[in-house]
Design a protein around this ligand. Structure first.
Ligand code: ADP
Length: 386
């Protein structure tokens, strides 16, 4: 309490003591009794000046654990300093508080005293607790969401597989009645043409041609389903052998169109599935030979190393090219740009994409209408021998 005999520096200290926003307690280092308290501490703990002065802290029940109070006091006396980042206290009316507690022993004139500073951090701790709860809640939601996504992905994969199986069995089962139609329409055209009038012969030819188109469609659909479903074991693949085999698969087309196909080594070894890669390259080369208009097809096949241990295989043509807006679409099943001028089923590039996906690779193209197309597929380079 203020007395009229205080010196100027004592007065300054006193003002700070009274106005401090931290609770300050001054204790006797021998007895542990409270010598002085500031207003902030009194309002923090709810005790009056009279209730605190001359008391020991554990005596007034601020520290619930009496041993802790005695031990801390002992340690303070030994080391001259003690600090607790978080110290639980109880106020006079039983409220729980959390304070940051620092105590020092120091000389005050000819008297040694202990000064304890207490800062109420209950609100901060509460906010931290709330934040922790919110973070935990958020992680719980994230985990739930992740579970849901994996569940849905698994369900989607299952229904995709079921759909692919369904497409396969439909395509497979439709082949038998189609063969019957094809066979009888051929017999009709070849052996009974003389019994039909001209229109009859024309109609029989239509049936025959449609049956052939449907047969190609079913064959391609079966190839697509097969590539989607078959178990693929990835091994080192001799790229040169696969490229040669794919080109010779297009022999008839090359002969018919007098096309030029250039295959330029070197051929690094790749990690993939030889049969699938052959099918992928065959489809790309076959398209490169097909989609030319009014000129001789010139096709170039070569490979180049790419960053990250990858190999990019290019199939380039001098054909009609593909407008940018369709360059993604054409990889979807039945998507065709040139339906009238060029025959096809619209499944070839879907097979390319699915095949590359199954081998862990990727596919893309660069094309400008009228200036040809450059399709590429990318696989991991293989270090070991086949
Ligand atoms: P298909 O060749 O049976 O029509 P694809 O799936 O192989 O089916 O190709 C889809 C469409 O992409 C083709 O109809 C064609 O319009 C376009 N396309 C594919 N390759 C080329 C190419 N090299 N040049 C120009 N257009 C192409």
């Amino acid at each position: 309490m203020l007395t009229p005999t205080l010196s100027a520096s004592e007065l300054r200290y006193r003002r700070l003591f009274e106005a401090a926003q931290d609770g300050i307690l001054v204790l006797d280092p021998i007895s542990g009794q409270v010598i002085d308290v500031n207003p902030c501490l009194m309002s923090l703990l709810g005790f009056s000046y009279e209730e605190l002065i001359g008391k020991q802290l554990f005596e007034i029940g601020v520290f619930k654990d009496e041993h802790f109070g005695r031990d801390a006091f002992q340690e303070l006396r030994m080391s001259g300093y003690i600090r607790f980042d978080v110290l639980p206290l109880e106020t006079k009316d039983g409220r729980r508080l959390q304070v940051e507690f620092v105590a020092n022993i120091y000389q005050e004139g000819d008297q040694t005293v202990i000064q304890c500073n207490l800062r109420d951090i209950s609100a901060r701790k509460q906010a931290e607790g709330a934040l922790q709860d919110a973070t935990q809640e958020l992680s719980r939601h994230a985990a739930e969401l992740e579970n849901l996504v994996s569940l849905r992905t698994a369900e989607l994969k299952l229904s995709n597989t079921q759909l692919e199986t369904f497409v396969y069995s439909i395509a497979h089962d439709l082949r038998a009645p189609l063969r019957t139609m094809q066979g009888f329409s051929e017999i009709l055209v070849q052996e009974h043409a003389k019994n039909l009038d001209e229109q009859g012969r024309e109609f029989a030819n239509y049936i025959n041609a449609a049956a052939q188109t449907m047969d190609r469609l079913l064959t391609d659909l079966l190839a697509f389903s097969q590539i989607s479903q078959q178990k693929l074991e990835l091994t080192p693949v001799d790229l040169e052998a696969v490229v040669i085999s794919a080109v010779s698969g297009c022999d008839a087309q090359i002969q018919q169109t007098n096309a030029i196909v250039e295959c330029n080594p070197p051929w690094p070894q790749v990690r993939g599935h030889a049969t699938t890669l052959r099918q992928v390259l065959l489809n790309l080369i076959s398209n490169a030979l097909k989609f030319v208009s009014g000129k001789t097809a010139q096709v170039k096949v070569y490979a180049e190393p790419r960053p990250g241990g990858l190999v990019r295989i290019w199939v380039e043509d001098n054909g009609i090219g593909i407008p940018t807006e369709f360059q993604e679409k054409i990889f979807h099943v039945f998507q065709r740009l040139h339906t009238v001028e060029f025959a096809g089923t619209g499944i070839g590039l879907a097979i390319v994409q699915k095949g590359m996906e199954r081998m862990g690779g990727s596919v893309g193209l660069i094309s400008v209408p009228g200036e040809g197309s450059r399709f590429w597929v990318e696989l991991r380079q293989s270090k070991s021998g086949p």
